[in-house]
Design a protein around this ligand. Sequence first.
Ligand SMILES: [Zn+2]
Length: 263
Amino acid sequence: MYVEYRSLSAPQLAALDRRTTFLLLPVSSTEQHGPHLPVGTDAIIGRTILEDLAAFEAPENATLLCLPPLTYDRSAEHMSFPGTVTLRPATFLSVLEDLLSSVAAHGFRYVIFLNTHGGNTGMLTGLPQVWKRQFGLKIFDLEAPQPWSDYNTVPGLTHIQPELEIHAGEKETSILLSRCPELVEMDKARNVPVRLPPWYTCWSSDDFSPLGIWGNAADAKPETGALLREYYAKTLHETLLEIINCAADIGNETADLELEGLQ
Ligand SMILES: [Zn+2]
């Protein structure tokens, strides 16, 4: 069952079985996406993927609670362009830790990050080990859509070169064209083929692209966006089912449930 966290009352939240409730936290950005896309692109993509999940049957053995999204984050690499808002690492860390501390205080056990901005990846993949000890939470990190680069085996998407699709390129532009075309200025979209040197980890978007586009935005089409959305929603659905099944095997969760049945 998918439920909006903010739609429930305090007693309704208190009544949820903590062993089968998973908090889903969308994390994105407010940052430049070239001259043709809005600064809320990553947040729109995160919301779109979650909306598209509705096409799939929600898991019966768990409740997935969608927390209010976090849309300010680590975007320092885009600060040379107007419109970008970035949090200092200590601020981002504090916000996340206060949020995790709050849900842990109310007994929740599982948190799943749905991150749609690469600038957050380092902290979201590196710190769950610390937060597990600190808050007693089991945390799962889903990085979307970058690591889901298998999409280039999907019929209709095989032309996309994942290694050149870094930011505001064909993928992101196509998704917005299929979701909110009124926010896209295609006459300003360009093909900027940039390959990121893997050892240059302190890159900023103006290092290689004066436009802030890294990818083939000029070839974006709504049909491509529709195929990507279908692929991402299906992959997310399957991954969430795997997480729910895997969580029952972590620690003594299964034992808890079995003991309850015996009593
Ligand atoms: Zn983006």
